[in-house]
Design a protein around this ligand. Structure first.
Ligand code: AMP
Length: 214
C-alpha cells in the first residue's frame, strides 16, 4: 500500500504514520525526520535546512524532491510506504506524481487529518521531543520521568524551536498558503479520505484503517 498522510503541523500525522507503519509493515517516510537527522549529522543540506526549519518555513522544493526520489528508490519502499510531511507544495505533488508514474505506482491513498487551529496550537505547545532519538511525547506522557521511555537517554526532553508559539503560528500560516492547495490538487482528482484528527490515538487509527479498507 502507498499512503500519504496529510494534515497541518501538530494534527498527529507522525503518531498515526508510525502506528500504521507497524500494523501494515511498510516504512514510515517522514521528511521532517529525514531533515532533522541531516541537521544532527551537520551535512551541507542539514546546515542549510536548520535555519529554515527553525523559522517554520519550507525547505526548497528541489531539495525535498531529491530527498524523496532517493528514499522511494530504496528497496524497502517497493513493498509500500507511508509519506508523512510530503508533498507540502503543489510543485512537490506534481513531482511525486511523475515519480510514482516512473515507479509504476498508480494507486496511492491520501488521508487528510483535520483539526481546529486552536487545538493544534495547544497540542504543539505541550509537545516535547527527545534530543537523542527524536521521539515526540506529550507533557503528560513524560511527567515525572528523567529518562526518555524510548532510548533511555537522561534529561533529554526539549521544546523544539519550531514548536515555540511564534514559530507554530508561522508554520500554520505556511500550511494555509502553500500546503492547503495540495489537498485541493488531490481533491480535484477525487482521491482524498478526510478523517477527524480529534479523538484518541486508537480511535483515529481505527477510522483510518477502516476507511482504507472501504
Ligand atoms: P515536520 O516534522 O513534518 O513538521 O517538518 C519539520 C520542518 O521540516 C517543516 O516545518 C519544514 O521546515 C521542513 N519540511 C519537512 N518536510 C518538508 C517538505 N515536504 N517541504 C518543505 N519543507 C519540509
Amino acid at each position: 500500500m502507498q499512503l500519504i498522510i496529510f494534515g497541518s503541523p501538530g494534527v498527529g500525522k507522525g503518531t498515526q504514520a508510525k502506528i500504521l507503519s507497524e500494523k501494515l509493515q511498510i516504512p514510515h517516510i517522514s521528511t521532517g525526520d529525514i531533515l532533522r537527522q541531516s541537521v544532527k549529522d551537520q551535512t551541507e543540506a542539514g546546515k542549510k535546512a536548520e535555519k529554515i526549519m527553525n523559522r517554520g518555513e519550507l525547505v526548497p522544493d528541489d531539495v525535498m524532491i531529491d530527498i524523496i526520489k532517493d528514499r522511494l528508490n530504496k528497496p524497502d519502499s517497493k513493498k509500500g510506504f507511508i509519506l508523512d510531511g510530503f508533498p507540502r507544495t503543489v510543485i512537490q505533488a506534481e513531482a511525486l506524481d511523475n515519480l510514482l508514474n516512473e515507479l509504476k505506482l498508480n494507486n496511492i491513498s491520501i488521508v487528510n487529518l483535520t483539526a481546529d487551529e486552536n487545538e493544534i496550537i495547544k497540542r504543539l505547545n505541550r509537545r516535547r521531543a527527545c534530543k537523542n532519538c527524536g521521539k515526540i511525547f506529550t507533557l503528560e506522557q513524560i511527567s515525572g520521568l528523567k529518562k526518555c521511555p524510548s532510548c533511555k537517554e537522561e534529561n533529554s526532553f526539549y521544546l523544539r524551536d519550531d514548536d515555540k508559539e511564534d514559530v507554530i503560528r508561522n508554520r500554520l500560516a505556511v500550511f494555509k498558503s502553500s500546503t492547503m492547495p495540495v489537498i485541493q490538487y488531490y481533491q480535484n482528482k477525487g482521491k482524498v479520505i478526510t478523517i477527524d484528527g480529534i479523538g484518541s490515538i486508537n480511535e483515529i487509527n481505527d477510522s483510518i484503517l477502516k476507511s482504507l479498507r472501504n
